[in-house]
Every structure is written in structure tokens, then in C-alpha cells.
Design a protein. Sequence first.
Length: 522
Amino acid sequence: MNRLRSILLVCAANDHEISAWTYDELPKLLNRKAFITPLPLATIAGLTPDDIDVHIWDEHMHGPVDDSPLLETCDLVGVTAFSAHLRRARAIARVARAKGRMVVIGGPGVTAAPDKCKSDFDVLFLGEAEATWPRFIEEYRSGTHAKLYQDAVLPDLANAPKPRWESLAQDIPFYVTGGVQVSRGCPFNCEFCGVWQTFGRKMRTKPIDLVIDEVRTLQQLGLRSILFCSDNFVGTPKYAKELLRRVIDENQKLDQPLLYSAELDITIARDPEMLALLADANFSGLLIGIETPNVASLKETRKRQNLREDLVLTVRRIQSYGVPVDGSIIVGFDHDTPTIFQEQFEFLQAAQIPLPKMHMLKAIAGTELYDRLHAVGRVIDVAMPHSGGSQEYLDAAVHTNILPVGMTREELMNGYLWLVEKIFAWENFEERVNGFVDGVSRQPQVSWSAPSKGTANYLRTCTDSFSAEASAAIHRILDRTEAEKPYMLETVARLCFRHVFEARRVPIMRREIQDQVVLELV
């Protein structure tokens, strides 16, 4: 029998993320240290028998775990990691193993590329862990555990455990948002995405009573914002609408309604009822995979749902309900040439997307894109300037690992950098956010005990710590919004705060990309 009285669960971060967020001045202004609560680990904790003490260490919140005394006292270390965190996850494993600890790993990174992890960890968990983690605990205690766990049957979320936040309770108020799982799967099959292969194309939804219970728990622990964790929140429209109605009811019970956000698809533009419910549920942003205005590239990546209507008009229709679209944008598809950067800029300004999520195409292990490009030698290992020559591309600072066909890698990286600098220039952000406000034609019906200008008023007091350009733009934007559509003031203030962070990230990204270009030209 193996003793198992204490488990340390670690959410791996990398130096890039920690430097970009934890130690930036802006989180201090917001009284925040990390973005989202580590829901996967809290779920694993909920699957763990009550007689085992579970400690969660989020490196985004507390920094590297290496010197934590918990590594000296725990019986087992579990690590979760996305592909971009695997290098850091290996480093954690080396530290823990040196202290005589057994180390296991789960998460999307190992699920996509288990062969990269076999020698670094004692046990691998592939896919969802609702069935495999309890089985491992039982077998570990009996001394008969396996080295790899994977369940062929996708779990029913009706049986999902309630996440356990006990060891993080004092940290919860210092997160920007709290994660609540609502569904898994996606009905679409975009080539660059592995969600539909890992979680299936049939949506599985968590019972709404369980979702609301988790929301209440996080609200009681001090959070004011909830991210509904789903790869397509509206993949089952009837379920999404029922949940939104419950959210509206819950918000009406609070003096200050919670903010919500989610990832979903562009088909909501054709559903006025869904758009109204999202607005009235106090959604502060909708992450939608826009990807590109290049029709040939949309066809290439099987983004068929984006081909049905003009994308500019579609985005504007969604935003007319007062909820900004956080459009995911990608450059580097096979049908992209150097003209795509100007085309993307003109599209984003016309669509008036305040804060797009900018990406170069990256082939992630476990996707059909990776398989297709890898088969013809178009996925490359990239040495990072800070990595001592290590040929590991799975680091967040590496923005692309592909050989494009319509341009060189140097053209792709330099063009992307040009686009990012244009998009996050204050004058262009101001144009987009003002256009967004002008396009709002329906006021969200959100219940407040008293009108709030808290975020806007606080932002005004912070502008002395911003650049002169940022300060002037923020005051113009807030004054204009308050004069023309005062009910949009808090939404716009949040967008300005977020843009401060994104604008401050640009010099870091410039340095990363310029270093990478130099490295590849040597």
C-alpha cells in the first residue's frame, strides 16, 4: 500500500506569461495578480477523496513552484499544461523528482503530444479525467497504477464534481475572472483546432443547476466576473438560452450584477433572441473566431460558418446589442500573401472590433493542420534566444512554427508585427471603440441597484500613470461615451483598461519577434 495523504496540483506557467502579467504595473492598479482561476485543477481536487489534502499552486498567481515547501511535504505532484507550457512543466517535474516526488501530468499539452512527455513524468493522463483520476488514486494506493490513463468514453457532465477551491479561497478575489465549465465539444471542425477531435463534435452540457451553484460559490468568494468555459457556448442554442435566462435571474438578486464572457461562434448574428439574452445577462465580451476576411483562407481552414454573410456587417450586427466582439484573428494561412496585413487592418477598423486577439498561424500537435504540414516538412522546431539553443518551439513566446507558402517566415513575422503595432496604436483603437459605441442600437437591460460609473471613475484617476497619448485618448473616449451613450460607459472603460495592457505588451512582442527574425537569419 502506498501512502497518499497530500497532493500538490500545479498549474504551469512560463516566464513569458509571468513577466507579461504578474509583474506588470497594470494588474497592481486593478488589484489583480492573474487572469483566470485554475478550473482544471479545482475539478481534479473535486474528484479526489476527502481524506486526501489537496493543495493548488497556480504559477500565474504565485510564481514558480520550485521553492515551495509543499514540494517537501506532499506525497504526489500533479501538473496541468497547455502545449505552450510543456517546457515549464518538464522543469517542474525535474525539480519535484529531485526531491523524490512522483510527478503526473494532464491537460491539452500532453493529450496532443504524449510522446514528448513519456520520459519526463511518471504517469500521463490523456483527455478528460473524470473517470481516470479516481481510478488512478485507487490503483496508486494499492500499488498497481499504470503509466498512462485514457478513457475511451467521453464523460457525462451531469456527473461532474463540484470544483474544490478551498486551498485557493484567499487568492480568488485577486483573479480577474473565475472559470465555470458549462459544456465540452464543438460542432465545427476547423483544421487548426483540436477541440473537436479531443472533446467530440457532439456538445455535452452540464446541468444548469450545477453551473449556477458554481457561479454562486465564486461570487461568494469575491469574484465579480465569470468566464463560461466552453469551446462553443452556443453549440446547443436551447441550452445556452435557458442558462442565460437563469443568469439574468441571478443577477437581479445582486446589488452589482456579475460580468460574464464566453467563447462562441458567429452564427449568433442570425439569432436576435440570443443576442438580447447575452446583452441582458451582462456579457462584457464575446470571443469569436473571425480569423480572416480572406475567403480562400476561410475555406482552406474549413471555417464554413464564417462564409454565410459579409463579416463586417455580421460583426456590427452582433455589437449593436452593446456587447463587444473579441475577434480572434490569424495571419499566415496558405492563401495569405503579404497583402493580408493591410487587408486585416482595414477589416478590423471597418468591423469596429475594439480589441481583437491577434495570432500568427501555429500548428499545434493533435490538430489536422499539424498533421498536414508536418507530413511535408512545414512544421519546424524553433530555437528561442533565451532557451540556450534548446530546439523546443512549445513556448508562448514563439508565435508561429510553420513554413508559410505565400510569403517567407521573415515576411510573416514582420508583417504580423506591423499589424499588431497598427491595431494597438491608440489612435486606431480610439477610432474602433468610438465606432463600436456609435453602432449600439439596443441598450442592454441589466439590473443595477444604482447606476455605476465605478470603473470609469477609477480609470480617470489612473491616467497619470499612463503615457500622455494614452491618457489623452482615454479621456476623449470616456467623455464622448458619457455624453452620447452613458449606459455604455462602464463597458468602454473596461475596454480602455484592457487596451492599456495590450498596448504595453507590444514592445515585448516586438522584441520577441525581432530576436526571432535575427536568430533565423543567422
